[in-house]
Design a protein around this ligand. Structure first.
Ligand SMILES: Nc1nc2c(ncn2[C@@H]2O[C@H](COP(=O)(O)OP(=O)(O)O)[C@@H](O)[C@H]2O)c(=O)[nH]1
Ligand SMILES: [Mg+2]
Length: 578
């Protein structure tokens, strides 16, 4: 520290070692967790600063007398005064055995001078808080973060301007120690006016920093009138500032400031990154809600579908059961002695059965089955639409978050691409979904299953025709043909018996048909539902996985940063107690 680390006390050395270890860890974490490049560079720089000389950065508006102040403090005319805002340079003043000035490629002047005070500190003179942008940037991004102490010089005739206040707010955010000098008090009229200006600067500085500020009234001009006169030096206020700087440079305080410097920078860049991670975690929390909602939607969908299927199927079953019941009534009415004539007439038996029992049942069943199939296929389709829409909302969410500008790499990019691709997959399925084909396949399966159960030949006829054929075949078998032979040989006593048998056979045929149709539709439904649900789940799985793993990853990162912040606060307390 400060090039004199062999003078450090034991406790100072212990804190330094702990701090260095912590900050090196933090540097790794910042890189790993994707901190802003500029912040990382600043942090690394301030870490190196631990080994450099104390850096005093002089800031203030153009023409406040900064250069004059530095020249006077160092008792050497090193810096040009009264230059314009555009010709002023950032100037780093260091100790050197000979005086000299060089300007580096960045336009920064490096002045060396054989001045004793410079053995203990470097001074940076800056063009002004209202200087041209390029210089201003360099001061804020390069020199302020490295400063061990910032000396803010304000002119007594325009104290604490808005541009100063804004600039100092930035300095404060780096956790820098700021000391105020009110220069040119010689132009004020008497001590009362000086006091007024000082009070004004104090209250503004207090409001800005939240702590009692150090404010020194100074007249550089007065100090220069007789540089070697102690009384003049004292009266000018320069002596007070000089003493304060010397005290600050006192080993203990200097080491404290030095050790604190990278901590302030570390806390700031860590805080920034932590906020960034927290923002991502928030975004992912909404994503997780969306995923959970979609998963819930799929569950509800599967449950609702199963329930609705039972309702719809019960309705179809009822039509078949009604036909069966009508058949029983019909047999009760027709298979009796008084109707023997009719019974022996095959054509009439068939016609009556068709009229009274079969009626429009086949058409109704066919229509209901088709409706059921359309519903199965259509509900799935709607579900895809719902998910596609939900994902479109999530796609929009990140553009809100970062103002519509999508980065080309990194977390936001990955997330956006994933939501995009899942959404695209859903979209593709919706578009490629051939409802007509899907529905006609299921209908064909239902039809052929019923056909097979009845073992009848009806060619390419629809489900309704198959059902009609099954029903009437049953009637024809039972009544017409069977009755003729039975009555001729056995006589009247068998009628009740034949009636029972006819009913039993009708029940058996219709039940078989009902079961076949039911099984076929239920199988198709379950297939369809399972396939649909699996496809829905699969489509959101990559998104869900990303949200899960990335959340864990980000939370771990945030926790790590929190631990670093705690450790830095702990170190800060130890430094204060040194
Ligand atoms: N009246 C008065 N003028 C001063 C004082 N200090 C500096 N000046 C003048 O203020 C002008 C600007 O000084 P300079 O050091 O170049 O200001 P800078 O832009 O902040 O570096 C110069 O003309 C100085 O002579 C002071 O204490 N009193
Ligand atoms: Mg200047």
């Amino acid at each position: 520290v400060t090039g004199r680390s062999h003078f450090l006390t034991g406790p100072q050395r212990a804190v330094l070692a702990d701090e260095r270890a912590l900050l090196v860890d933090l540097r790794g974490a910042l890189a790993r967790l994707g901190a802003d490049e500029a912040d990382q560079a600043t942090f690394s720089q301030s870490l190196r600063q631990l080994d450099e000389l104390f850096l005093l950065v002089v800031v203030g508006e153009f023409n406040a007398g900064k250069s004059a102040f530095v020249n006077t403090l160092l008792h050497a005319e090193l810096l040009p005064e009264g230059v314009t805002p555009t010709t002023a340079r950032i100037t780093v003043v260091r100790h050197g055995d000979t005086a000299g000035t060089t300007v580096d490629s960045g336009g920064i002047a490096h002045v060396t001078a054989p001045v004793e005070l410079l053995r203990d500190l470097h001074v940076v003179d800056t063009p002004g808080t209202n200087a041209v942008l390029r210089e201003h940037e360099a001061v804020t991004t390069e020199f302020v973060p490295r400063a061990d102490m910032v000396l803010s010089i304000t002119s007594a005739d325009r104290p604490f301007t808005e541009s100063e206040r804004q600039f100092l707010a930035g300095v404060r955010d780096w956790g820098k120690k700021i000391v105020f000098v009110v220069n040119k008090v010689d132009i004020l009229e008497g001590p009362a006016q000086v006091e007024e200006v000082l009070a004004f600067v104090r209250s503004n500085a207090q409001a800005l920093l939240g702590t009692e500020p150090m404010v020194f009234p100074v007249s550089v001009r007065a100090a220069r009138q007789d540089r070697d006169n102690e009384t003049v030096w004292e009266a000018s206020g320069m002596a007070g500032v000089e003493r304060y700087i010397a005290d600050t440079l006192d080993e203990g305080e200097r080491v404290r400031l030095k050790l604190r410097n990278p901590l302030g920078v570390g806390v700031r860049v860590t805080g920034t990154l932590r906020e960034e991670l927290a923002g991502r975690i928030d975004l992912l929390r909404e994503d997780r809600h969306a995923v959970e909602e979609i998963e819930r939607q799929i569950d509800t969908y599967a449950r609702d579908m199963a329930r609705d299927f039972e309702f719809r199927w019960a309705d179809i079953e009822k039509a078949l059961l009604d036909m069966e019941r009508r058949g029983h009534d019909h047999f009760d009415e027709t298979i009796r002695l008084g109707r023997i004539k009719d019974l022996l007439n095959r054509e009439k038996v068939k016609r009556l059965f068709e009229e009274h029992v079969v009626a429009d049942t086949p058409q109704r069943v066919e229509r209901k089955v088709n409706e059921l199939i359309d519903w199965m296929v259509g509900a799935d389709f709607q579900q895809w639409h719902a998910i596609t829409e939900r994902l479109a909302e999530r796609r929009a969410a990140h553009s809100d978050w970062i103002g519509g500008k999508l980065p080309s790499t990194g977390f936001l990019h990955d997330r956006a691409r994933l939501v995009e691709s899942v959404g695209g997959e859903a979209q593709r399925v919706v578009q490629a979904y051939d409802r007509v084909k899907e529905a006609s396949e299921i209908a064909e399966k239902a039809r052929s299953s019923v056909k097979t159960s009845a073992a009848i030949e009806v060619g390419a006829a629809g489900l309704g025709a198959v059902i009609a054929a099954v029903a009437t075949t049953a009637a024809a078998d039972i009544t017409g043909l069977a009755m003729a032979g039975v009555l001729a040989t056995v006589g009247l006593f068998v009628i009740p018996n034949r009636r029972r048998q006819a009913k039993a056979e009708l029940r058996q045929k219709i039940t078989a048909m009902r079961q076949q149709l039911g099984t076929s539709l239920r199988n198709a439904f379950e297939d369809e539902l399972q396939r649909g649900v699996a496809r829905l789940r699969q489509s959101i799985e990559p998104y869900a996985r990303f949200v899960r793993t990335e959340t864990e990853h980000l939370q771990a990162g945030r926790d790590e940063l929190d631990r670093c912040l705690d450790a830095m606060r702990g170190l800060d307390a130890r430094i204060a107690a040194l």
